[in-house]
Design a binder for this molecule. Structure first.
Ligand SMILES: Cc1cc2nc3c(=O)[nH]c(=O)nc-3n(C[C@H](O)[C@H](O)[C@H](O)COP(=O)(O)OP(=O)(O)OC[C@H]3O[C@@H](n4cnc5c(N)ncnc54)[C@H](O)[C@@H]3O)c2cc1C
Length: 387
């Protein structure tokens, strides 16, 4: 079967890329192992979507279809150091309607997927997995496990941090495990959160409480492996009590809404995000610590930029040519790199146990909180993905 472009991985990044190409002349194949599932209960995977991501998803026609009762705007963010340092970011004081949106991964994914199913230039191969990839100077040939063969000018790896496409294309990745896992769970709270997100840099990890619609919140506790093991091993009452205490009871008493889950964390960089006939987007191109809440926001920007490059092609141009793909690579060289190092640096700074490091990081936070220029620069970064 002949296509211009085959996307392996129809997760948030891959699906967003395919939808962003809806008005292009390109014939697109999407190969995805499992479709998104609709569930009435609250999804454990809850993300902070930047306003830039919300705008992109709105342009794709997905955002406006997400049930508004499942999206929570963030009006304020309070970040606490481990020794009295505090930074406060306020949407109101920055003249913004909101700092970010908190919502379930599956809701966004489903809306993108619905768009894909209706899209005239997309053929979905799902559930399906690729078996072999041949990259030739003139095109790629992807063999699917069920025996079908897909020919295309370009293969896009949107297949997550353990990307199969990346391995087939022999693109080297550099992985540094953090020795940490993110323990996630959703809670009902006895006190209203008023749209405030909280983050604590603690001795035993980085704890984030993200507000969810109604009196609910989503917790991400990025903790050293031994602490994560202990959290996962506690019985429900002890777990809830530990989370409540770690967050200083700011939302009153908590009740567990979803089972806990734990995700191992690592930093992953690649030597290049493009090769002749191959491009990587999303977590296949970069994995980042969740403390900044920017992983999928980076993935959406990858999808947006790659779609812009491909939509700008003349009819006679080949989508898989390296000269074309380099435009995408150049445009995406800076942002993921900067965010990876910023979050890695913060993680290391707050992981250091000596008293001098503790004094420095907390003094730095207080200074940042008092300097409007720095504070505004950080907000601009959080909101727009650039300073
Ligand atoms: C605890 C935690 C909290 C996070 N919080 C945030 C947040 O607040 N904000 C934020 O922006 N990011 C956050 N992230 C990051 C976010 O989860 C990832 O950046 C995002 O899921 C990456 O999307 P993706 O589409 O690139 O990859 P994935 O979500 O990994 O999707 C890859 C897709 O490819 C498919 N696939 C994989 N291999 C194959 C194959 N061989 N054949 C066919 N299909 C395949 C999979 O089924 C999947 O659908 C968080 C991450 C963690 C762990």
């Amino acid at each position: 079967m002949d296509f211009d472009l085959v996307i392996v991985g129809g997760g948030l990044a891959g699906a967003a890329l395919a939808v962003a190409l809806r008005r292009s002349r390109l014939r697109i194949a999407v190969v995805e192992a499992s479709p998104p599932m609709q569930s009435e209960s609250w999804d454990q995977r809850v993300y902070a979507y930047s306003p830039a991501s919300a705008r992109f998803l709105d342009d794709l026609g997905a955002w406006r279809h997400i049930d508004p009762t499942r999206l929570q705007p963030v009006s304020e963010m309070r970040v606490f150091g481990d020794d009295g340092g505090v930074i406060r970011f306020s949407a109101y004081e920055s003249g913004l309607p909101e700092l970010a949106w908190i919502g379930e991964s599956s809701r966004v994914h489903l809306e993108l997927w619905e768009g894909l199913k209706r899209q005239h230039n997309v053929t979905l191969f799902c559930p399906a997995r690729p078996r072999a990839l041949e990259i030739r100077p003139t095109g790629v040939e992807l063999r699917v496990e069920d025996g079908r063969t897909i020919s295309a000018q370009l293969v896009v790896g949107a297949d997550g941090r353990d990307s199969w496409v990346r391995a087939q294309a022999a693109i080297d990745s550099h992985v540094s495990p953090y020795g940490e896992r993110a323990v996630v769970a959703n809670f009902a709270c006895s006190q209203p959160h008023r749209g405030v997100a909280h983050q604590w840099f603690r001795d035993d990890g980085i704890l984030a409480w993200l507000p969810l619609p109604g009196d609910r919140m989503s917790m991400v506790w990025s903790a050293p492996d031994e602490v994560a093991d202990a959290l996962m091993g506690l019985d429900e009452a002890a777990f809830v009590a530990r989370v409540e205490k770690a967050g200083c009871g700011v939302l009153g008493t908590l009740g567990l809404l979803t089972p806990r889950a734990a995700f191992s964390l690592r930093l992953m960089r690649v030597d290049t995000v493009v090769k002749e006939r191959v491009a990587l987007i999303g977590d296949a191109a970069h994995a980042i610590h969740p403390l900044s809440g920017h992983g999928i926001n980076l993935g959406f920007q990858d999808a947006k930029v790659l779609a812009e490059v491909l939509c700008g092609l003349e009819n006679w141009q080949d989508a898989g040519e390296l000269a074309v793909l380099r435009r995408y690579a150049r445009a995406r060289a800076e942002e993921p790199f900067m965010l990876q190092y910023l979050t890695h640096g913060l993680n290391r700074l707050f992981g250091a146990r000596n008293p001098l490091a503790a004094a420095l990081r907390n003094a730095g936070m207080n200074l940042t909180g008092r300097l409007p220029v720095l504070n505004n620069a950080l907000i601009r970064y959080a909101v727009n993905g650039r300073f």
